[in-house]
Design a protein around this ligand. Structure first.
Ligand SMILES: Cc1cc2nc3c(=O)[nH]c(=O)nc-3n(C[C@H](O)[C@H](O)[C@H](O)COP(=O)(O)OP(=O)(O)OC[C@H]3O[C@@H](n4cnc5c(N)ncnc54)[C@H](O)[C@@H]3O)c2cc1C
Length: 289
């Protein structure tokens, strides 16, 4: 899975698939269930790490990307399939003069990943602009309004449910996010493009170079995970091929050849030191598979 995750680390999945339509995804899930294989839906792997031991089932990266804009005067509803890249979408909408997603300029990953984890940055988040999501649950397609998705900071009802089921070892395939509908408002294209450019420049300045998964930990209430790790004196700490970024301590960067175990050892060290020094428990933002 090092080829399919932005950390460029991790062991193999028994099967890796890229369904590109709801029908392909449904058939794949049915096949996995018949074969007794666990299944995980994925996007672009920019918030996921597969342990070095690998995953004994199917990792299915959903690739459908079509979108459709329904305009109604000064507002619009955008329906977009879950495999579309968030950053490309944001950039395109800015140029077309539709406001709502400009905060997502430069955000790695897909619409599906953003809807699953309530991705957010630069004053916006997915929950703030989402109208509804279409989910494939077993054989059924359900439309969930945003309220039903139980959003919180970098979490959703789908994420919470997934974590609970993983703990309990539930075998049925999790819901697949097929598409999202976002609420947009008309804006000035020049101003939107300019705002996106400012965000892109700011992101570039703050993002350590090299392979990473973005922020490893969620920010604890009223605190910054990066600042806590920095105050614990861990900037620059290395294990194998992985390093706690000297630029941004909530990033662990693969300097080349890092294993998932190297990355997890650094994450465990950061948690232990922050707990020992400040009595604050850090919670992973990335998904460990
Ligand atoms: C350099 C860098 C910077 C980043 N900056 C930010 C930031 O500013 N803010 C932020 O919030 N995040 C940030 N991230 C993390 C990442 O961009 C987001 O979490 C993103 O939304 C993940 O999308 P993905 O498609 O890569 O998801 P993946 O990593 O592929 O999957 C993440 C989770 O979503 C689930 N999932 C994905 N697609 C589907 C689907 N279609 N149906 C059901 N479940 C699905 C997976 O099962 C998994 O649990 C950053 C990452 C990097 C590498």
């Amino acid at each position: 899975m090092s080829r399919h995750t932005s950390w460029r680390a991790g062991g193999p999945a028994r099967y890796y698939a890229t369904p590109a339509t709801p029908e392909e995804a449904r058939a794949l899930a049915a096949w996995a269930q018949r074969a007794g294989l666990p299944l995980i839906w994925a996007g672009r792997g920019t918030n996921s790490l597969v342990r070095d031991e690998g995953y004994p089932g199917v990792v299915a990266a959903y690739r459908a990307q079509a979108w459709q804009l329904d305009e109604a005067g000064e507002t619009a509803l955008l329906r977009v399939e879950a495999g579309a890249p968030m950053a490309g979408l944001a950039r395109r909408l800015c140029a077309m003069g539709w406001a709502g997603l400009e905060w997502a300029e430069g955000l790695p990953g897909t619409v599906g990943g953003a809807v699953f984890g309530n991705a957010g940055c630069y004053g916006g988040d997915t929950a703030g602009v989402l109208h509804s999501a279409e989910l494939l649950i077993g054989e059924r397609v359900e439309v969930w309004p945003v309220e039903r998705l139980g959003y919180g900071y970098r979490t959703s009802a789908l994420k919470e449910q997934g974590q609970a089921e993983a703990r309990e070892g539930v075998a049925s395939p999790p819901p697949l996010i097929l598409a999202a509908t976002f609420r947009l408002t008309r804006g000035d294209p020049l101003a939107l493009v300019e705002r996106a450019a400012v965000i892109a420049a700011e992101r570039k300045g703050k993002t350590p170079s090299g392979s990473s998964c973005g922020s490893v930990f969620k920010n604890p209430p009223g605190e910054s995970a990066g600042r806590l790790i920095e105050r614990a004196g861990l900037k620059g700490r290395q294990v194998g091929g992985a390093v706690i970024s000297p630029l941004h301590a909530n990033y662990i960067v693969n300097m080349g050849g890092a294993t998932a175990s190297d990355i997890l050892a650094l994450a465990a060290l950061a948690r232990a030191e922050v707990w020992a020094r400040f009595g604050i428990e850090l919670e992973l933002e990335v998904r460990v598979i």
